[in-house]
Design a protein around this ligand. Structure first.
Ligand code: NAD
Length: 485
């Protein structure tokens, strides 16, 4: 299959926080891979902007080192890296002072697409926005990219939205949720809305339940003090898991158009029912074999922040009335995996009662990582003589395999999202009202456990989470899928 590369015109992309961790690990390696794909033309300028006092040469050197570290050897080509670095400049700016702004103003061209990526702490968004406007650098058609976390509750998210809105229109603002940039997540929309096969079954009449799992093996060590102010609900559920839930639950938009898609997602968030204490389990990983537990990593021995959360959620609308969505995410779990599993109901009447064998429901699994792909489990007759015995087999589609060589090289979420910014396509970015609606649902859930003084339950590292999380689903006569790679 031949990949279609959409040409991108000349552009200026300024990365505030260009010396930071995210820029090193994701943004510059991603841009380099897009360069290899022919999408960073010679007239494009990528401008790193940060506090450190560097010249172009030393900044380029640090980008080269980041490419060395975070791009696979097959793609590291000295001549290509050199070509990419030639498009890169650096300017030292202080978001809160005057240093560097006049120089930046001379570097950003007035007649090409301009985008400003704020890969800095959210506390600096307002300062950057103000100075970009004050110095006439950002125009009415410039794009602003902001990173997570977008607020820590409804009030702070509203304040951030208001700060950005003071300087930019909503159509200029690109709020990144990198989950939306994943190939599989977009494929979810393709599978749902480009086929007739699934949609008639995609409702409470035929779907028994949905499980969304984002499991990590790492703990919070290194960023414990940041994480401790956040926790799994704020760090993962309010944004990533919520977005996945929206894409599963939403109605068909009238067109694949940014606002049409985001309108439908917003309706789902608004239809989410409040979650009561019986439908939430929170956990913290324990110390084991010399490895620190959550309380050691968080540096607060009395912390009540959760490193794991499982929730049973209902979408109160005609399509989903009665179909629970079970969400779970956590650190230090058995395997690193992200998946959505849609379990369909059993056929209304079995004609095979006497046939024996392994009788199970159809399950559609959408794997986000590792090995992005989809898998539909269907019942067939066990091959061979011996009568009519049933067995469940997977119809498996690994995108990498299905798409051949091109597929094996699935772009990273960040590369895709950055190019969407350059192209001016907001479909895969969260709109301000969406983020606020998500916090409006999240806040009372958090306030509930804070008011009750709930303590998270301990769980063993390498396990699939706290015991009570098993009960959360067992009591409904269902079971979690195995957490495995
Ligand atoms: P970092 O601390 O590694 O880098 C911060 C950057 O901001 C540096 O380049 C620094 O020079 C610059 N900076 C700080 N103060 C400045 C000032 N006054 N003026 C100009 N520049 C200034 O941070 P990071 O990990 O790269 O994260 C950046 C943003 O991305 C944060 O909002 C973070 O929450 C978000 N984020 C990071 C990750 C990640 O994996 N690192 C993942 C998701 C979201």
């Amino acid at each position: 299959m031949v990949s279609r590369v959409i040409p991108v015109d000349r552009f200026d992309l300024v990365i505030f926080g260009g010396t930071g961790d995210l820029a090193r690990r994701k943004i510059f390696p991603g841009l380099y891979r897009r360069f290899l794909a022919g999408q960073i033309p010679a007239e494009a300028r990528i401008i790193g902007a940060a506090r450190s006092d560097l010249d172009d040469a030393s900044f380029r050197q640090s980008v080269a080192e980041a490419i060395d570290e975070f791009v696979g050897p097959a793609k590291r080509d000295a001549a290509a890296i050199q070509g990419f670095l030639e498009r890169i400049r650096y300017v030292a700016v202080d978001a809160r002072g005057e240093e560097g702004w006049a120089q930046l103003a001379t570097m950003v061209r007035p007649d090409v697409v301009s985008a400003f990526y704020m890969s800095v702490a959210p506390a600096l968004f307002g300062d950057l926005a103000e100075r970009l406007k004050l110095h006439g650098i950002a125009r009415a058609d410039s794009r602003i990219v902001v990173e997570k976390p977008f607020g820590r509750d409804l009030d702070s998210a509203r304040a951030l939205n208001a700060t950005l809105a003071a300087h930019f229109d909503e159509r200029q603002i690109y709020r990144i949720d990198h989950y939306l940039g994943k190939e599989t997540v977009q494929n979810l929309m393709a599978v749902r809305f480009a086929n007739i096969l699934f949609e008639p079954l995609w409702n409470a009449q035929y779907v028994d339940h949905v499980q969304i799992t984002v499991a990590e093996t790492v703990g919070v060590g290194g960023r414990g003090s940041y994480y401790d102010r956040s926790g799994a609900m704020r760090d993962m559920v309010q944004n990533h898991l919520m977005q996945l839930l929206c894409l599963i639950a939403m109605e068909a938009p009238y067109h694949f158009d940014p606002d049409a898609v985001r309108d439908e997602k917003l309706k789902v968030i608004r239809a989410l029912q409040p979650v009561g204490p019986d439908d939430i389990v929170r956990g913290q990983y324990r110390a084991r074999g010399g490895e620190p537990g959550y309380l050691d990593d968080a540096e607060n021995p009395a912390s009540r922040t959760e490193s794991y959360i499982a929730l049973k959620v209902h979408v109160a609308n005609w399509r989903w009335k009665g179909t629970p969505f079970y969400l779970r995410t956590g650190k230090r779990l058995r395997a690193r995996t992200s998946e959505i599993a849609i379990t369909f109901k059993e056929p209304p009447h079995s004609i095979f009662d006497e046939a024996g064998g392994d009788w199970r429901e159809n399950v559609l699994v959408i794997r986000l990582q590792p090995n992005e792909g989809m898998n539909l489990r269907v019942m067939i007759k066990e091959p061979g003589p011996g009568g009519m015995r049933l067995v469940q087999v997977p119809l498996d589609m690994s995108f990498a395999e299905a798409l051949g060589e091109d597929g094996a090289d699935i772009p990273d979420a960040y590369e895709r999202l950055i190019m969407d910014v350059i192209r001016g396509n907001q479909t895969l970015f969260m709109r301000g009202d969406e983020v606020e609606a998500a916090w409006a649902w999240t806040d009372p859930v958090i306030a509930g456990w804070e008011a009750r003084g709930d303590r998270p339950q301990g769980y063993d590292p390498g396990s699939s989470g706290p015991e009570d999380a098993l009960m959360l689903i067992h009591r409904d006569g269902r079971r979690w899928r195995e957490i495995q790679e």
